[in-house]
Design a protein around this ligand. Structure first.
Ligand code: ADP
Ligand code: MG
Length: 269
């Protein structure tokens, strides 16, 4: 039976890995839906100009829709741009429109450019148990804003060649942000994605990642599963599209572990 205890205080989780296509968005969307379906109040902030998390949650994000760009550049309140996700009562999303593509450059000349998102989150009076920030595949100012705003980093790692390559650059950026801008920041969660049991490679990658990150790696591993990749084209998460699929079951297990670990992670309870 799945239980997902609500945290005693809000958890802000940055989902990051500067490699594209490793499952960041899929993970942010499905973990958020799983937690919301089990009684948590959840917000997803789409911080990727491609807007895949907005698409995956079926939240309008065409040109002209108020979005996270407005929060970062104009100081608009999160509550003024957050949209309720259809069919999932406890879940909202701050969408990204194509406007966000300019933000990386525009932020350079803005006051407190690294902490715009942190300020928006701190100023938000809406009560959330979880805020997930879906990062773009880069280590630029958008990702830095996410790292400054979060207490936790979750790193999805795809089980393939060179899985750990580039993670070094991410971890040193995290260390920099932690020492200069956000002492509360820690890598708390690593999730293996697109795991293919039939290959010896997946097994080797898993061993490598567990050796490197120890107990930050969730026991739950997300298999490569076609239902996961089909779901967005039906404007759904796999959790609602096919809750009995192996992909959905694994994401439910991962969300449960995240909820249960919350109390144990340093400084969270
Ligand atoms: P990122 O946000 O890191 O760029 P995505 O979450 O968009 O990565 O995933 C990249 C692609 O892989 C997408 O097309 C997605 O549907 C697919 N995908 C992600 N996870 C799985 C999975 N477990 N099984 C099959 N396909 C997946
Ligand atoms: Mg993405």
């Amino acid at each position: 039976e799945i239980t997902m205890p609500r945290p005693t205080r809000r958890r802000v989780v940055c989902v990051a890995n500067q490699k594209g296509g490793v499952g960041k968005t899929t993970t942010a969307v499905n973990i958020a839906v799983a937690l919301a379906l089990h009684g948590n109040r959840v917000l997803v902030i789409d911080l990727d100009p491609q807007g895949n998390a907005s698409t995956g949650l079926n939240v309008p994000h065409h040109v002209g829709v108020p979005d996270v760009y407005d929060c970062l550049i104009d100081g608009t309140a999160l509550a003024d741009v957050a949209q309720q996700v259809d069919g999932i009562p406890n879940l909202s999303c701050v969408p990204a429109t194509i406007d966000l593509a300019g933000a990386e450059i525009e932020l350079v000349s803005v006051v407190a450019r690294e902490s715009r998102l942190a300020r928006a989150i701190q100023a938000s009076s809406t009560e959330y148990d979880y805020i997930f920030i879906d990062c773009p595949p880069s280590l630029g100012l958008l990702t830095v804003n996410a790292l400054v705003a979060a207490q936790e980093v979750m790193i999805p790692i795809q089980c393939e060649y060179y899985a750990l390559e580039g993670v070094q650059a991410l971890t040193s950026n995290i260390a920099l942000v932690k020492s200069h801008l956000n002492p509360a920041l820690d890598i708390t969660t690593v999730l293996l994605t697109m795991y293919d049991r039939r290959t010896r490679l997946a097994d080797l990658v898993e061993q490598d990642v567990r050796a490197h990150f120890g107990d930050k790696v969730l026991h739950a591993v997300i298999p490569r599963n076609v239902r996961v990749s089909e779901a967005p084209s039906y404007s759904q998460s796999v959790m609602t599209y096919d809750p009995g699929s192996r992909g959905a079951i694994s994401y439910f297990e991962a969300a449960q572990e995240i909820a249960e670990r919350g109390a144990r992670v340093g400084g969270l309870a």
